[in-house]
Design a protein around this ligand. Sequence first.
Ligand SMILES: *Cc1c(COP(=O)(O)O)cnc(C)c1O
Length: 421
Amino acid sequence: MNIETKCIQSGYSPANGESRVIPIIQSTTYKYESTQHMGDLFDLKADGYFYTRLANPTCGFVEAKIADLEGGVGAMLTAAGQSASLIAIMNICKAGDHVVSSAAIYGGTFNLFNVTLKKFGIDFTFVDASAPYEELKKAIKPNTKAVFGESVSNPSLDVLDFEKFARLAHENDIPFIVDNTFPTPVLCRPIEYGADIVVHSTSKYMDGHAVALGGVIVDSGNFNWANGKFPEFTEPDESYHGVVYTKNFGKAAFIVKARAQLMRDLGASPAPQNAFLLNLGLETLHLRMERHCQNALAVAKFLENHPKVAWVNFPMLDSSKYKPLADKYFPKGTCGVISFGVKGGRDAAVKVMDSLKLAAIVCHVADARTSVLHPASSTHRQLTDKQLEECGVTPDLIRLSVGIENVDDIIADFEQALAQA
Ligand SMILES: *Cc1c(COP(=O)(O)O)cnc(C)c1O
């Protein structure tokens, strides 16, 4: 099936007389006829549900759909994108291990890695992803257990060179993890370019309507966890009666271990209701992404030609240094997010923001409605102008998430707002 068909059909096929749409199983628990059956479930010997913290049928249908969209062997929904990144790293690393991450990642992920996981004893080196391969290689240490990057970074919109990062990981026998939130599997499937694990914040385009927080981890099934570097996968798990993940679950070892150990212990479980809402979003994902990309390109070109605009950052523009990588990996577009600067700096940017009528000021990206954020006065408010320059978030920067309204209306709104600056 093609990706558009998978968006609609994958994950759930009702039997005769069953509900056409995935049912919301609003139940924390499940009834069984024998203690033996329940025991087998707890030993991971039988397939089935016993407690919604670990698994739930509604979530299971959506997990199967997303695994199919990304081309993986399995997936696990999480309560938020943050918990997907957390569990993906913790499933591989313990105190004393190290991860190489692109520096161009979402601020929440950066804090998770640089503050919280460091407190747990997992060390991170942040690299300039555009550096040559020989330079990146120097960041790898004997205790490095994973390489991490964002396919299109939030908010800087850097495009990841998948093959360079996959090589960095695989030449060192460690997995390559990609956060694919912005492009979604409709525009790019990182597993096809060497990613071993894919994570998402489904709160963005996948949901697409800003109604439900969520995350997901997808396992490609391609990584060899039995290469000697990952004993937790090949030695008996005493907390599960001696289960050996690579032996008992083969290609699905990673995703089964993530659920059995970490969802069990951390409890970052999604609500079935949210999984249902996410599925509604996924059914139109292919249509929305196409329109987000078309609209964003038109808006980016309009801004680039506007006399009051100082600069525009959008990977699909010919002027972007990422255009060659974007053409290679994202032939259908990167996503609908743009950043741009207004001549006149901070005050001019604020004036434009406050003059917008259709585009709303919200702390969110990637939903159906056009929205804007001025990082210098919100998410990055504590930083001085000098610190802002250093992290690439200049005081004039407006982050614009182009929605799927009629593009003429979006452009007209920016036309009138820029006229006031
Ligand atoms: C929003 C976001 C996250 C965090 O996801 P939440 O659902 O907000 O927890 C992670 N990565 C990227 C790229 C994001 O945009």
